[in-house]
Design a protein around this ligand. Structure first.
Ligand code: SF4
Length: 329
C-alpha cells in the first residue's frame, strides 16, 4: 500500500481567510446603529481564521441609522429587488455592483464566509422575499450580496453566525472550510495526476464519513482522469469533493470509519488493546462517549506503531488542534 506523509499539513502558521459580516464581530453597522456580535464567531473562531470583514450596506453608502431593507419579488419579471421596506428606494443595482466587485477582489482567497442570518444582503438561508403583488413574505431567498458571492465562488463554504451554534452544522462548516483550503492548495500548485490520486487517498476516510457513494464516484473519476483535460479534472473533482462534504455525517457513518481505521491496527496491536479500542468505538456508537475518545486512542496507537498510510488521513485531524472540542458527536 502506498505511503503518505504522517500528518495533514495545515501550513506553517497560516490560517484560512474567511469573510464575515461585520455586525457579527460587534461593529456598529446595523440599520439602527447597533451590532449583533456573535461570541462564537468573534472569540472562538477568530483564533483559527484570518477574517475579512464586510458590511455591504455600509459599503454602498447607506449610513446608520438607515431604513430597513427587504427583498421583493417583482410581479412581471422573475427578478428579486433589494428595496427599502417603504418601497421608495431601490438599491439593487448598487448592491449587485458592489458585491460583484468585492467577490472579484476577495473571492479567490476566501476559504469560507460567515454571514448574518435573515439579512436581505447577507443571509445565506431562508431569507424573507416579499411578493410585490401580495406584500406577503416567503422564507425562500438568500441575501443579494451572498448571491453574487456564490455566483463568483460556487463551492465556497458559507453559513450563518446563528446556525453555527448548532453543533452538527458547526462541525460540518469547520470541516468544509479546512477541506476547501486543502483542495485549493492542491490545485494552486502545478499538480500532477499522482498528486490528485494521493490527495483523494488522504481524504478517503473523511469523504466516507459523509458520502460513501460520492467517494466511490469520485474515485472512479480520478482513476480515469489522465485522459481528461486538466481544467475539466479540476472543476469536476472540486465540485464532487465539496458536494460529498456537504452531506451531513452521523454516528453510524463515523462508527464505520473508526472501525475501518481500527482494522489497520489489527496485525500490530495486542488483543487486549484491540478490545479496549473496540469498546470505545462501541461506546461512541451507543452515545456513551464522545467521538474524540476513540479518535484520540486511535491516533495514539497509529503514531506509536507508525502506521503511516493511515496517519496521513485527514479524517484523523480534519482541522488544527483546538477546534476538536467543537466535534459534534
Ligand atoms: S447583515 Fe450584512 S449588511 Fe446588515 S449590518 Fe450586518 S454586515 Fe451589514
Amino acid at each position: 500500500m502506498e505511503s503518505f506523509e504522517d500528518r495533514v499539513d495545515f501550513g506553517a502558521g497560516s490560517k484560512p481567510v474567511v469573510g464575515v459580516s461585520s455586525c457579527l464581530l460587534g461593529k456598529n453597522v446595523r440599520y439602527n446603529g447597533g451590532h449583533t456580535m456573535d461570541k462564537f464567531v468573534a472569540h472562538d473562531l477568530s483564533q483559527h481564521f484570518e477574517y475579512i470583514l464586510v458590511c455591504p450596506e455600509m459599503a454602498i453608502g447607506l449610513g446608520t441609522p438607515r431604513p430597513t431593507l427587504r427583498l421583493v419579488e417583482s410581479v412581471d419579471s422573475d427578478s428579486i429587488r433589494l428595496q427599502t421596506a417603504t418601497g421608495d428606494s431601490d438599491v439593487t443595482d448598487r448592491m449587485v455592483a458592489f458585491a460583484t466587485q468585492w467577490a472579484e477582489a476577495e473571492g479567490e482567497r476566501l476559504r469560507g464566509f460567515v454571514a448574518m442570518r435573515k439579512s436581505p444582503s447577507c443571509g445565506v438561508h431562508r431569507v424573507k422575499v416579499y411578493s410585490e403583488r401580495s406584500g406577503m413574505p416567503q422564507t425562500k431567498g438568500e441575501g443579494l450580496f451572498i448571491r453574487a458571492l456564490r455566483q463568483a465562488q460556487p463551492l465556497l463554504p458559507m453559513d450563518e453566525g446563528g446556525r453555527l451554534n448548532d453543533p452538527a452544522l458547526r462541525e460540518n462548516f469547520l470541516t468544509r472550510v479546512f477541506a476547501y483550503t486543502r483542495l485549493k492548495d492542491l490545485f494552486a500548485a502545478p499538480w500532477t495526476q499522482g498528486d490528485l490520486v494521493r490527495f483523494h487517498s488522504r481524504e478517503k476516510m473523511l469523504l466516507l464519513a459523509h458520502d460513501n457513494q460520492g467517494y466511490r464516484r469520485l474515485g472512479r473519476f480520478v482513476a480515469n482522469a489522465a485522459s481528461e483535460h486538466r481544467t475539466t479534472v479540476e472543476a469536476v473533482y472540486c465540485q464532487g469533493f465539496m458536494e460529498c462534504l456537504q452531506q451531513p455525517s452521523n454516528p453510524g457513518r463515523h462508527t464505520n470509519v473508526l472501525q475501518h481505521l481500527a482494522g489497520f491496527l489489527r496485525p500490530k496491536l495486542p488483543s487486549q488493546e484491540r478490545q479496549e479500542l473496540a469498546d470505545l468505538i462501541h461506546g461512541y456508537r451507543e452515545g456513551k462517549v464522545p467521538r474524540l475518545a476513540p479518535l484520540t486512542l486511535l491516533n495514539h496507537h497509529l503514531r506509536r506503531l507508525k502506521v503511516h498510510y493511515v496517519l496521513g488521513q485527514s479524517y484523523l485531524r480534519p482541522h488544527p488542534s483546538g477546534l476538536d472540542r467543537f466535534h459534534h458527536f
